[in-house]
Each structure stands twice: as structure tokens, then as C-alpha cells.
Design a protein around this ligand. Structure first.
Ligand code: UDP
Length: 360
């Protein structure tokens, strides 16, 4: 392909970061994106009537403790300082989710002090009661299998604390872009050396990469889609967990008083309800409007053709991934990354960290 030094396939957070770095180091970059819009699963849409920013693929909260990542994103957008809290609804009562003093004292009707909670939770009956109420049902819905069958690192994402800190993340840098998530992607790609083509897929045929109808020859290709898709599923399908969302516009100012409530009982078919206006407390007009937008999130089995969300990490998926990685390694001009390409449960900051760490 003429006049292009590199191709980035997939305009999510990893791809856009890579594209920006390539452009800033003097390369002419073509970004191709299969969807009609950039931003990957961080893509949002602002409701024209209320001004509420709707996260089309579920809530995304930017949080990081990695200074280089925070500095990098702050070159493009400023954050509103939103601090994420997750509430959990169980049997009609609402709790602050980090497994800490607020949850334990409310759940057991105790008044434990920070020094007492650890010993209290070492008691098997207490820990099992908390686990069954807040983790068993939610995890079974989320992953379609009991918690014993999923990697413990997944549940360990939820913080455990012996104090009243109800911040969901341990990261001290947090927030939502004041100008909206889409502006982050638009600004990352806003560079004279970057050309963006949406609705164009990277294809691989007979050992050659194509973007649209154009053969890419030996141009370096940075790909963030699933590896099995790129290689025509030749070794089989990598398994994913998928999600389905139901969005509802309600004639009320505030539905649940916070941005995310998890429904931890197995009997409730969805895992959580997002209420997007709470992500922008600084947007006084949207906060005050007599309408709100909520979204119910339903985990679902993934079938070929469905949107992939979460990689399923188990022995057979690791073996399959290994085969695809071996195949990918045969093409020295191919670099693979991002949550889909890396088949890794990355948070946004980890995706950027990985993109910043590449030697380009
Ligand atoms: N989890 C749970 N109950 C909750 C919240 C989380 O059991 O109320 C478990 C569940 O297995 C989930 C994992 O912890 O997949 C990680 O939760 P996190 O909130 O990080 O999930 P994400 O927002 O990435 O979907």
C-alpha cells in the first residue's frame, strides 16, 4: 500500500494509542475499524434530549495508578474527578460493595471496628454467608458457571478492606472525560499523519493482509481483533462471554441514586443496572432533567457472530490461544494487542499501558 507506513486494525483504546504513538514518531498511519464508529466498546452516545452520555457497551470508568498512563490520557482529555462506587442489592437491601466495614456491619447488624473485621471474617460461617449473598449468584450469572469453576483472580478484582472506604477501585486517579469518551478517541486520532477508515475490516488471505480491497504487503499491522477471526477460525473458536443490554428512558429525575447497582441474587436475570447521568455530576442540566436513562445488563453465552466481551480463561482456551499465537508469530509484520487481540481481561489503563510499552 502506497504512502502508508503502518496499519492499525481496530480503533479501540489499544489501537488508538498505538496509532497516536506511531504518528508522533513520524509514521503515516492508516486506521481501519470494522464498525462504523471508533472507540471500541468504550463508545458512547449522547442522548440528544437529555444530554446524558450513554455507554453503549456498559459502564466504563477510567481508573489507574500508572503515572505514564494517566499523563498520556490527560494530554487529550480532562477528567471530571468522578469516584466510582458500586452498590449491591441483595434481598431488598442495598449495600456498598467493596467487601469492607460498611457491607459487613450492615449485613450482620454489627458495629465492628477496623481491628475486628478480619478475625470476624475468618469465621467460616461469616465468610460463606457473605460469599453466598454477594458473589455466588452474581458470578454464576456473569460467567454461566459456579464460582468454583472460574479463575480466582476474577473475583479478586473486587476490593477487600477493613475500613469504610467504599470507593470501588484502589486507584487514586479516576474519572470520566469531561468532554465525553468519544472525544478521547477522536483526539487520539486527530493527527495529520493518521487516516481513519471505518466500516473496513482487516482480512488475511493466502498469507497476505488486506484492508478493504488493498493488499498491505509488508507494512506493519497492529491488530486488536480476536485472533481466531483473523485466521478464519482455522483451529476453532476462542470462547467468550457475551452481554446483552436493555436501555430504558424513564420519566423521573433519578432512578437509583447512583451509577451502578449490582443485583447479586441468582434469581434476578440481570447482573446490574447502570444509570448514566450519575457519571457526570458536573453536568447540571442533565442531572436536573426530569428524565433518566438506565440500562440493564444481561450476561449471555457467546456464539459465533455475537459480540465478544470477556475472554474465558481455562485450559482448553489457553491451548487454543497458544496455537493462534504461534500462527501470528509467523508474520513478523503483525503485532497483536488489546482485550480482544490479547484475549485478556484488561482494564482500559492496562490496554494503554501495553500500547505504550510496545517498541514501535
Ligand atoms: N463479582 C461478584 N459480585 C459483584 C461484583 C463482582 O460476584 O457484585 C465478581 C464477578 O465474578 C465478576 C468479578 O467479581 O465477574 C469482577 O467484578 P468487576 O466488577 O471487576 O467486573 P466488570 O465490571 O469488569 O464486569
Amino acid at each position: 500500500m502506497q504512502n502508508i507506513d503502518a496499519v492499525v486494525a481496530g480503533a479501540g483504546i489499544w489501537g488508538c494509542t498505538v496509532a497516536r504513538r506511531l504518528a508522533e514518531s513520524g509514521r503515516r498511519v492508516l486506521v481501519v475499524e470494522r464498525r462504523e464508529a471508533i472507540g471500541g466498546n468504550v463508545r458512547c452516545e449522547t442522548d440528544p434530549e437529555t444530554g446524558i452520555e450513554i455507554h453503549l457497551y456498559g459502564s466504563h470508568i477510567f481508573h489507574t495508578h500508572i503515572p505514564e498512563v494517566w499523563d498520556f490520557v490527560n494530554r487529550f482529555v480532562k477528567f471530571n474527578g468522578y469516584q466510582h462506587k458500586v452498590l449491591a442489592r441483595y434481598k431488598g437491601k442495598t449495600y456498598f460493595l467493596p467487601l469492607g466495614l460498611a457491607l459487613v456491619n450492615k449485613f450482620f447488624g454489627t458495629e465492628l471496628s477496623p481491628g475486628e473485621v478480619e478475625a470476624f471474617m475468618k469465621d467460616e460461617t461469616h465468610s460463606a454467608a457473605v460469599f453466598d449473598a454477594f458473589f455466588r449468584g452474581y458470578t454464576s450469572k456473569q460467567w454461566g458457571r459456579p464460582p468454583e469453576e472460574i479463575d480466582p483472580s476474577i473475583i479478586k478484582r473486587v476490593p477487600v478492606r477493613s475500613n469504610y472506604d467504599v470507593n470501588y477501585f484502589n486507584d487514586y486517579n479516576q474519572g470520566i472525560p469531561l468532554s465525553g469518551y468519544n472525544s478521547l478517541f477522536e483526539r487520539l486520532l486527530d493527527h495529520p499523519s493518521i487516516t481513519v477508515r471505518t466500516g473496513v475490516e482487516l482480512r488475511f488471505e493466502d498469507g497476505v493482509f488486506f484492508a478493504g480491497g488493498d493488499s498491505l504487503g509488508n507494512v506493519p499491522v497492529y491488530y486488536s481483533g480476536p485472533l481466531d477471526v483473523l485466521f478464519g477460525y482455522r483451529f476453532g473458536h476462542l470462547p467468550w462471554r457475551s452481554l446483552r443490554f436493555e436501555t430504558e428512558w424513564l420519566d423521573m429525575r433519578d432512578y437509583q441514586g447512583t451509577s451502578v447497582v449490582n443485583y447479586t441474587e441468582a434469581e434476578v436475570p440481570y447482573t446490574r443496572i447502570h444509570e448514566f447521568k450519575h457519571y457526570h455530576p458536573e453536568n447540571a442540566a442533565a442531572m436536573a432533567t426530569a428524565k433518566t436513562v438506565i440500562m440493564r445488563e444481561y450476561p449471555s453465552d457467546w456464539r459465533p457472530g455475537d459480540e465478544p466481551y470477556y475472554p474465558i480463561d481455562n485450559e482448553s482456551s489457553r491451548a487454543l490461544l497458544g496455537r493462534y499465537r504461534e500462527e501470528a508469530a509467523k508474520y513478523t509484520n503483525l503485532v497483536v494487542g488489546g482485550r480482544l487481540g490479547g484475549y485478556k481481561y484488561y482494564d482500559m489503563d492496562r490496554s494503554i499501558e501495553a500500547a505504550l510499552a510496545l517498541s514501535l
